[in-house]
Design a protein around this ligand. Structure first.
Ligand code: 5GP
Ligand code: MN
Length: 340
């Protein structure tokens, strides 16, 4: 592990001494890495601190609610007053899997006012948020990988609790698309080996995420492939649209389209893929690429978002037609950058 990370973890150890009120936060629309890192850390810390809480800005998909500790997660959207109180009395505030306070949206002003020591643990590029302790590394697979590095150095337990191992495994598995991308560093697999030794239930977690689809989700997938997908053959790009009609027809629930954005990348010569989901208030967009094309820059420039080079998110407040027209226009402009 890099020297700077070791130094930051040493600082964290000192900072946590005699601190009771600890709050763990993640970005809005928490994904597997956000849920895994927060619950993994929570399960690790709670033995030594009397008041540890996880506060998420809003709800997350049903499939992600199976970890031990999940019942303790507080939703800011539905328990705003209680969340504000807890944040206001925090001594230490963890910022996990995001590095820009605006990614928590409505929760941002409360976090901004907090006097707590801020500890950032994240793997996204270009941190905006200034924290007192920054454990930030874009070369790791996931925030969960960094949570493992932190926990394994804190010495609270003789060995990593199984409940933390499961949570950390979930984040590494989901952020690497089940060990397909972002995991060429042997360290990721060393950590996975340690997680399995600690009792991580690999098959159970795989089952929860990849073998628990509903029939309607598969129906929606069929729709996306047959009707919702357009391949821009001349530009090595493809996109999927889930419009209002499809949302209603398939009784779309948050998380139902999770991972669908990757499907077009399995087409020969498609290196850039996007999915547009027409929610009532805005259009949620996800971008993925294989190879050189930096989708985080593309999203930042044109769709109010960001993320990693090969996986980013964004949004649009314009109509679906305008949004798609803009997307196609920008794909054409960047066509020569889209290659493997
Ligand atoms: P997803 O497409 O799964 O929503 O997000 C893919 C990646 O991009 C994740 O790492 C996520 O944290 C990041 N991301 C998603 N939406 C945004 C956004 O609006 N802003 C930034 N900076 N990153 C985002
Ligand atoms: Mn992540």
């Amino acid at each position: 592990m890099k020297e700077t990370l070791t130094t930051q973890i040493d600082k964290l150890k000192i900072c946590l001494e005699k601190k009771d009120n600890i709050v763990i936060t993640v970005h809005r629309n928490p994904d597997g890495d956000a849920v895994g890192s927060s619950i993994g850390l929570y399960n690790y810390l709670k033995v030594n601190h009397s008041n540890v809480n996880i506060i998420v800005p809003n709800s997350y998909p049903k499939d992600l609610h199976f970890l031990d500790g999940d019942d303790n997660v507080i939703n800011f959207d539905t328990h705003t007053e209680m969340s504000e109180k807890i944040i206001n009395s925090a001594d230490v505030l963890f910022v996990l899997d995001y590095n820009d306070i605006t990614r928590t949206e409505d929760m941002a002003p409360v976090l901004q006012n907090s006097k707590a020591v801020k500890v950032l643990i994240d793997h996204h590029p270009n941190p905006v948020l200034e924290a007192d302790i920054e454990i930030s590394d874009t070369t790791v697979s996931s925030t969960c990988e960094l949570i493992y590095e932190v926990c394994s150095r804190l010495d609270y337990h003789d060995s990593l609790p199984k409940s933390s191992a499961n949570a950390i495994y979930l984040g590494i598995m989901t952020d690497t698309g089940n060990f397909r991308h972002n995991c060429n560093n042997p360290r990721t697999f060393e950590i996975v080996a340690r997680l399995l030794e600690a009792g991580a239930e690999k098959d159970m977690i795989t089952g929860q995420i990849f073998e628990s689809y509903t029939k309607t989700r598969l129906g929606l997938m069929g729709y996306c492939l047959n009707d919702g997908m357009t391949v821009l053959d001349d530009h090595n790009a493809a996109y999927i649209v889930i419009n209002r009609e499809a949302i209603n027809k398939f009784n779309f629930k948050k998380g139902d389209a999770e991972g669908f954005v990757n499907i077009p990348l399995s087409i020969n010569n498609v290196y850039f893929s996007a999915i547009f989901i027409e929610f009532e208030q805005y259009i949620k967009i996800s971008f993925r690429s294989r190879g050189q094309f930096a989708v985080n820059k593309f999203s930042e420039l044109y769709f109010n978002g960001g993320g990693h080079r090969n996986a980013a998110g964004g949004k649009s407040n314009r109509s679906l037609t305008d949004t798609l027209n803009k997307f196609i226009e920008k794909v054409k402009e960047h066509s020569d950058e889209i290659y493997y």
